[in-house]
Structures are given as structure tokens and as C-alpha cells.
Ligand binder design. Structure first.
Ligand code: ZN
Length: 198
């Protein structure tokens, strides 16, 4: 079966107020990104460099940086779907070295696809007066989409640079972009380089 992707609007450039914006890096952990990981998304490796550039730009402008860290323990029901992955304390659970959190960054452990579910993320964003979230990471149609949707439903404006997210296949990637832009009124830009903070 062949399906057509509806037109997805991309903005050429987006300028965001540094004090009211945060970058959220979703699940860039060894198990999802690195060879030998338990649930590798092959396309995730090439998002490391763009995400690194985005983080550098964000930190230089004083933009708050959050990470979500998918975290499971013995017997987690998600293992029935995906197999064992990102077990707390293992190498696979750790965020990739290239994107290691810096001082001042906040890492939020999450147990489900949604970065807000059962985590302090919403409270932290409120404390810091954040209104816009630039969301990058993996997997585009799973944890990125659920986190972006959850953010939008809470009234945050969501910005997603295409070269900062990755999926297992093109369908999943396009489906995620479609839902984020249409359903959640998010802003899609082609590249992290199209995002400016001021
Ligand atoms: Zn998981």
C-alpha cells in the first residue's frame, strides 16, 4: 500500500526568546544510538552533530537545556513490546558521550514515552518560566512525538528541527512530523541551524 504524505509546512527560520525557551533532548542514550545498543535507531547517529550544535548555541545564549532519559527496571511491561532496553545503571541507559549534560542542564528520568508523565518536567519548566520548547532526539514517532504532544496539550509552543530527530523508517518520520505540525500546531524547521535564540 502506498500512502501520500500531506503537505507539511516548514518555516525557514524561527527566532525564540532565550529566557522563555528550553531545549529538550529526548532519549539520546547509548541503547538507542550507539552500535551494540539494545534498540538502535540507525538514523539517530547522524543527529548527534546537529544536536551538539544546537546545545552549543543554546548554552551560549543562556537557554535552559533539559534531557529526558528513558529508564526501566526489572520486569517493566515495556520490555514485552521492545525487549529489554535502557535498564537503570547500564551503559545503554547512559546519555551518549558526545551530548553529555553540562553543568546547569537538567536530566529528567522517565519510564514511559511521554517526558511529562510521572516526571518533574512540567514543574521545572514552570519554575524557569519556559514557554517554548525546541525538541530533538529519538525516536521521532514514539518518545519525541509523545513528549511534543504532551507539551502542546499543556500550552507550550513546540519547535522541532528535522535534522535533530530520527525514526526507524520514513513512514514513522513523516507521521511524526505530520502529527506535530498539524495536530499539535508545532513549528517544523529543516535544521537546528534555522533556530535562533535572542
Ligand atoms: Zn523505553
Amino acid at each position: 500500500m502506498l500512502v501520500e504524505v500531506p503537505r507539511i509546512e516548514r518555516k525557514d527560520r524561527v527566532v525564540l526568546p532565550a529566557k522563555e525557551t528550553a531545549v529538550v533532548v529526548v532519549d539520546m542514550q547509548n541503547d538507542f544510538v550507539k552500535p551494540g545498543g539494545k534498540l538502535v535507531v540507525p538514523a539517530a547517529a547522524k543527529t548527534i552533530e546537529p544536536i551538539r550544535r544546537l546545545l552549543e548555541k543554546a548554552r551560549s545564549k543562556g537557554v535552559k537545556v533539559f534531557y529526558t532519559q528513558d529508564t526501566h527496571y526489572e520486569g517493566d511491561p515495556e520490555f514485552a513490546i521492545w525487549g529489554e532496553h535502557v535498564r537503570h545503571g547500564t551503559w545503554g541507559w547512559r546519555i551518549v558521550d558526545e551530548l553529555a549534560p553540562a553543568g546547569g542542564d537538567i536530566v529528567v528520568m522517565k519510564t514511559r514515552y511521554d517526558g511529562f508523565y510521572g516526571t518533574p518536567l512540567e514543574d521545572l519548566l514552570r519554575v524557569y518560566g519556559i514557554k517554548n520548547l525546541v525538541i530533538v532526539g529519538t525516536v521521532a514517532n514514539i518518545c519525541v512525538l509523545h513528549t511534543a504532544g504532551s507539551a502542546a496539550l499543556r500550552g507550550y509552543s513546540v519547535i522541532v528541527p528535522e535534522d535533530g530527530i530520527s525514526a526507524l523508517n520514513d513512514f514513522d518520520m513523516q507521521a511524526a512530523l505530520r502529527q506535530i505540525s498539524f495536530l499539535y500546531r508545532g513549528t517544523i524547521v529543516k535544521s537546528v541551524d534555522d533556530v535562533e535564540f535572542q
